[in-house]
Design a protein around this ligand. Structure first.
Ligand SMILES: [Zn+2]
Length: 460
């Protein structure tokens, strides 16, 4: 208990921040050594503590005896499906059980609330539609917080008052963005969650009243706020703007700069690791935090692509000892460049090519306006028993959800309806949008792109 208390303390995060700052002064070769050392330590840990990894790696001839001759590329990749199918064997903490965690999630809407007072639980359906869980122990979570403070937020604490920190995104559940943002240390900062799923006038009003120093959140949410500011509905001057989750396009970047005066910082984070890379001060590319991750860009057969060419991202998260991800298939396309950036940071640079491709769904509201359902609300939807889904807008005010469910079908369908109704009513769409549910056995990928389409908007 005492250990948990220290791990969750601000002092632990502070020490980690100092260590991260020291790492930034290392050479490229020193960082590679640090990465290799951390990789071997994690590999030893999973072979000892995860039944899934042990048996999976043993099948590929990898065991604790030959561990020193193994490099990351010798290991077979893992998928989200494998992880979720073997969840209880996958995690390194034997006390964690998928059913219990899902039960906790069903009853807890507060993103700050920890599972058994110590574990941070994140859920997502991601862009591939399969519902998944990511659990971080207190020590893992402290690394994330330190990474974000040291390399992303970079905000100097005020002497006279707390820093005002706002986050715009999905806020009513254990989603990655809000779980992280709402965990800002209370002695240093005040926090305002802005739900992307509330009517625009409420978002405007709350932003004006709070007047944030730091504005963070989904790129599309910050872009909406920027447009509101240009229309005269919002008047704020955040000193630091941090965009994440969905792609920050040139157009969005330009509008945000025009509205708020400052350059937005692009930040790459996902449920699989909540702090992977952040934009360089001097250019639009992102510096990958290679002291705590291994990033590989590969083709469809998991062979490395040439440096500078687009590839699928395989992620190894070196700090999560609770639910370790080693060569985990992300559904992101990236370009990794090994050339030094030219600034003083020793981390290589990357560009996120496609990112999420979901689109906004527009409907008529009860008072005759048009309003959107944000794709992230669907990307991060969680209902216990809902395994996989796809949303298709079939009419101007009608949508079809194809769902794959497990357990008591009637109860799961009722829970999906309840959750969707809550989401619709947040946007005053509950009386206008008709929701149809169809239970299916399989949802195939798009035959043309080969990729999974979570959302299919209405074609005009
Ligand atoms: Zn740089």
């Amino acid at each position: 208990m005492l250990i948990t208390y220290y791990e969750q303390s601000l002092i632990n995060v502070m020490f980690k921040i100092l260590e991260l700052k020291r790492t930034e002064r290392l050479s490229i070769a020193q960082i590679q050594n640090l990465q290799a050392k951390r990789f071997r330590k994690l590999l030893r840990h999973v072979l000892q503590c995860s039944r899934f990894y042990k048996s999976y790696y043993n099948q590929h001839g990898i065991n604790i005896e030959n561990i020193d001759s193994i490099s990351v590329t010798d290991l077979p990749p893992i998928s989200k499906q494998m992880m979720m199918d073997h969840y209880d064997d996958f995690v390194c903490d034997r006390s964690l059980k998928r059913t219990n965690i899902e039960e906790f999630l069903s009853g807890s809407a507060k993103p700050k609330e920890k599972y058994r007072n110590s574990y941070t639980v994140i859920h997502t359906s991601g862009s591939c539609g399969t519902i998944s869980l990511f659990v971080y122990g207190p020590e893992d979570w402290a690394v994330i917080k330190a990474l974000v403070v040291a390399r992303v937020v970079n905000s100097v604490p005020r002497v006279t008052r707390k820093v005002k920190f706002a986050f715009i995104g999905a806020t009513d559940g254990h989603y990655a963005g809000v779980s992280l943002a709402s965990d800002v240390p209370e002695p240093l900062a005040r926090f305002l969650p802005l739900s992307i799923n509330s009517p625009l006038e409420i978002i405007d009003h709350k932003s004006n009243a709070f007047y944030p120093d730091v504005l963070s959140g989904y790129s599309s949410g910050i872009y909406l706020l920027a447009q509101e500011q240009l229309k005269g509905n919002v008047a704020i001057r955040p000193e630091r703007i941090i965009c994440t989750s969905d792609p920050l396009t040139h157009e969005m970047r330009h509008t945000i700069k025009q509205a708020f005066g400052g350059e937005p910082i692009n930040f790459y984070a996902a449920s699989e690791s909540l702090s992977m890379a952040a934009q360089c001060e001097r250019r639009e590319d992102l510096h990958m935090f290679t002291d705590w991750h291994i990033f590989e860009a590969v083709d469809d057969e998991f062979r490395p692509v040439a440096a500078g060419s687009p590839g699928n991202l395989l992620l190894t998260n070196l700090y999560n000892y609770t639910q370790p991800l080693i060569r985990y298939q992300m559904h992101d396309e990236v370009v990794i460049n090994q050339q030094p950036c030219g600034c003083k940071l020793p981390f290589p640079i990357m560009r996120n090519v496609a990112g999420r491709q979901e689109e906004f769904l527009w409907f008529d509201t009860a008072d005759g306006k048009r309003d959107y359902l944000h794709p992230i609300v669907l990307v991060e939807l969680f209902v216990a028993g809902l395994k996989k889904f796809q949303v298709i807008q079939t009419q101007r005010n009608e949508m079809l959800m194809k769902v794959m469910v497990e357990g008591n079908q009637a109860a799961v369908l009722a829970a999906i309806r309840r959750r969707m109704q809550e989401i619709f009513s947040g946007k005053k769409l509950d009386t206008t949008v008709k929701l149809n549910l169809e239970v299916v056995q399989d949802i195939p990928n798009d035959p043309i792109t080969g990729k999974y389409k979570l959302i299919i908007p209405l074609k005009d």
